[in-house]
Design a protein around this ligand. Structure first.
Ligand code: A2P
Length: 349
């Protein structure tokens, strides 16, 4: 399958759709990634925090050594964890990610989240195993960004970018950087279209990537996946939120949240184009110049999600879809006690 590409402000090209891997656990991921590569996904999105880089590295390495893929065919994205949000943390965690992924460069390295957790010597970091952890109240984006630039100049990453930053935080980086961020990865779906941020990024030549493009189905009542369960014993308040972000083990269902794919308007447009609801919302992203990163462990749904380049939403569809934007944010991290008092908490309003 020929997947269209976009060009980053570094001149590098990136596929117009990615394969997301947050909350896909190791056992499942090995098979799932194999399916994803067979289905045609070449942009693979992970993070140190997801704790699945080693499995991804193993599968990618097998494909490369068997001659089924070349490294340059892939676009590998990983992210600096929140406990790496200090200048020395950048090279420390980037090098660990490269080792896990069995590559000598990544295509894009992102700062995962604008606020920080204090780093400790313990491996794995307690944030990944149930705490205790301490907030870092002194996260300094500019000194972290300088290190990100250094790593790009040294070739360990081809492009650099941000994730979960708000407009003011991005502006601050833009005002002081030598190398502009290439991408911004944020929660974005039919109920949270992020128009202001998308327009701002367009003006600044930053490409937006959408996580949870199907509306966080693994968190909401729309979830159909086995293995994720409601937990009656959440971990301490601080960790709950990070678990919600990435770790299926402790994932908390939010049955109170709306399911994007059951929306009657989306269902109507899907019927009109003989496509699925998922294909409609992913195509909507593509037509806005946004790169969706859907997650699935199911081969059929993976194929479905990438099969969105043979039709076009018309003006009427776009007008209808725009009406669905009501600002519903599924991942605001607010469950974590004290988080809204952090100077770098991004979703204050
Ligand atoms: P599955 O892995 O069984 O396909 P999000 O990233 O928004 O949280 O979405 C991920 C969730 O959406 C997963 O639970 C995944 O389940 C489900 N999903 C992925 N693709 C589709 C699709 N095309 N239709 C319905 N659900 C999907």
């Amino acid at each position: 399958m020929n997947i269209p590409v976009l060009t980053l402000n570094t001149g590098k090209i990136i596929p117009a759709i990615g394969y997301g891997t947050a909350r896909v656990n190791d056992g499942e991921l090995e098979t799932a990634l194999d399916f994803a590569l067979k289905a045609g996904y070449r942009y693979i999105d992970t993070a140190y925090y997801y704790q699945n880089e080693k499995v991804i590295g193993k599968v990618l390495n097998e494909w490369i050594t068997q001659g089924k893929l070349r490294r340059e065919d892939l676009f590998i994205v990983t992210k600096l964890p929140p406990f790496g949000n200090y200048p020395e943390g950048v090279v420390k965690y980037l090098k660990q990610s490269l080792k896990n992924l069995q590559v000598n460069y990544v295509d894009l390295y992102l700062i995962n989240i604008p606020f920080g957790i204090k780093d400790v010597e313990t491996v794995p970091h307690p944030a990944l195993t149930g705490g205790p952890v301490e907030w870092d109240l002194k996260t300094d984006h500019l000194s972290i960004w300088k290190e990100m630039e250094k790593q790009m100049n040294s070739g360990l990453t081809k492009s650099i970018g941000l994730s979960n930053f708000n407009k003011a935080q991005i502006e601050m980086v833009l005002q002081h950087c030598s190398i502009k961020p290439s991408c911004l990865q944020i929660e974005l779906h039919a109920y949270l279209q992020q128009n202001e941020l998308v327009d701002f990024c367009k003006k600044n030549d930053i490409i937006v990537m959408a996580y949870s493009p199907l509306g966080s189905r693994s968190v909401t009542s729309g979830n159909a996946k086995q293995g994720l369960r409601k937990t009656n014993k959440p971990l301490d308040e601080v960790l709950r939120i990070f678990n919600m972000l990435c770790l299926s083990k402790y994932l908390i269902f939010r049955v109170d949240l709306p399911d994007v794919l059951s929306n009657p308007m989306i269902q109507k447009i899907a019927k009109k184009h003989s496509k699925t609801e998922a294909q409609i919302v992913l195509r909507f992203d593509v037509q806005r110049g946004v790169i969706p990163i859907p997650k699935s462990s199911n081969e059929g749904r993976m194929k479905e999600n990438i099969d969105i380049f043979d039709f076009e939403l018309d003006e009427e569809d776009l007008t209808d879809l725009k009406l669905l934007d009501d600002g519903t944010r599924f991942l605001d991290f607010k469950d974590a006690e004290g988080i809204e008092d952090l100077p770098e908490y991004p979703f204050a309003n």
